[in-house]
Design a protein around this ligand. Structure first.
Ligand code: FAD
Length: 376
């Protein structure tokens, strides 16, 4: 095989997919052929899904057609369906079968509702349902609104942002609404360790949002189980983070929840030509910055296979968050490696550009291609 022949198929056009494509072009130039398989027309900047119900102009979408032209990527508008590991072929929904030398699975996770009847953050249709909820609130028909972080959710930040932005919205609409957060975490933003929780507690307190930690009750009747916020007045509406399931891509080994287990280079356990990055992997924290870090590690490894002289970048997770508060954003950072660092908090962004998804290649690329509207 010549270097030029290395054919990399990327399945999934989210954060991990985009970072992998950008990093591969940067590390390996045109010594790799890049094919993207995704059903999406646009790259969607998902963190802004919390702002979109309040201000649709803030959402960022970049057409894949434009990115694909920029990076010389072949875009197949289709879903990945099944992987034939013996033949190195990917079966797709509408683009037939694609052969690959290397496959990167970046198909994300599937959001599952945690609270029956609630609005599930990150699920299809959530933005429209949240916008409708805000309209109902403005009209004075919502008196009690609960925000819920179910057990097993490691990335809870969007829920706190929604609670804080809703508090501001209610103030501006001059509506008295009893707002509460019930989280299964022992502290808000538990994943950051001690310190971050304090920041969130203060912000919620200043906005008169009640907080209950360790605060969900599991109910069971017969075969059915569900979660409820703790005893207290029933809410008129509930907004909850999704529980995430893996992609269950046929032909690939997966853990019990359908996620792909990978090593520090992103290689899928037991496979030589299949890599995975982002929410599709079994790494516990499902977050955009981490998805980008994993994708970069994968890209460096594949670029080396293609003969590029690039340093191997192992996945050493560092969590960075820009928390939208309704006022000035706050910034949090912590290393999740074995020798975990102490969390850092600040009012100024410690990274540049000051964005919500910190990806080495993706952040500057989007900064140069998007007209950002300042988030709320
Ligand atoms: C409301 C909200 C707010 C968030 N805020 C932040 C934040 O502030 N900071 C942060 O870092 N992270 C944030 N996150 C998390 C972050 O968005 C995700 O962790 C990140 O998008 C994961 O990237 P990914 O590429 O693995 O998956 P995704 O971004 O979900 O992308 C997966 C892609 O694969 C495509 N796909 C699915 N199935 C298939 C298939 N079979 N074949 C081909 N393509 C497929 C999907 O259409 C999608 O384009 C937030 C998430 C939500 C929902």
């Amino acid at each position: 095989m010549t270097r030029r022949d290395l054919r990399v198929v990327v399945a999934g056009g989210g954060v991990a997919g985009l970072e992998a494509l950008l990093a591969l072009r940067s590390f390996a130039g045109h010594s790799v052929e890049l094919i993207l398989v995704t059903p999406d027309d646009d790259f969607v900047y998902r963190p802004l899904e919390v702002v979109e119900p309040f201000d649709p102009r803030a959402m960022v979408r970049v057409p894949w057609q434009r990115i694909a032209a920029d990076l010389a990527v072949g875009h197949r508008r289709a879903g990945a369906q099944e992987v034939d590991l013996d033949g190195n072929r990917l079966r797709t929904t509408t683009a037939g079968e694609l052969s690959f030398d290397v496959l990167i699975v970046a198909t994300g996770a599937t959001p599952r509702p945690a609270i029956p009847g609630g609005i599930t953050v990150g699920a299809p249709g959530a933005t429209e349902r949240l916008r409708h909820l805000l309209g109902t609130l403005r009209a004075g028909h919502i008196r009690r609104l609960a925000f819920v972080v179910p057990p097993g959710v490691t990335w809870s930040l969007p829920l706190y942002e929604l609670a804080l932005l809703t508090a501001r919205f209610a103030r501006e609409a001059k509506q008295e609404v009893d707002l509460s957060v019930a989280t299964a975490e022992s502290e808000p933003l538990e994943v950051f360790g001690s310190g971050a929780g304090e920041t969130v507690r203060e912000l919620l307190d200043d906005s008169s949002v009640r907080l209950a930690t360790n605060g969900l009750v599991q109910r069971r009747v017969g075969e059915r189980t569900w979660l409820e916020p703790p005893a207290g007045p029933r809410a008129d509406a509930v907004v909850a983070m999704a529980r995430l399931a893996g992609p269950y891509l046929r032909g690939l080994p997966a853990d019990g929840d359908g996620f792909l287990t990978v090593d520090e280079h992103g290689r899928v356990e037991g496979e030589s030509d299949v890599y995975a990055a982002g929410d599709a992997t079994s790494f516990a924290v499902k977050q955009g910055g981490l998805a980008a870090q994993q994708a970069e590690a994968v890209a460096s490894e594949i670029a080396r296979r293609a003969g590029a002289e690039v340093e191997a970048r192992r996945f050493k997770p560092v969590l960075r968050a820009m928390l939208l508060t309704g006022e000035a954003p706050r910034y949090l950072r912590v290393a999740l490696t074995a020798a975990a660092s102490r969390p850092e908090r600040s009012d100024q962004s410690p990274w540049w550009p000051p964005v919500k998804i910190v990806g080495r290649h993706l952040a500057p690329y989007l900064a140069g291609h998007v007209d950002w509207v300042a988030p709320a």
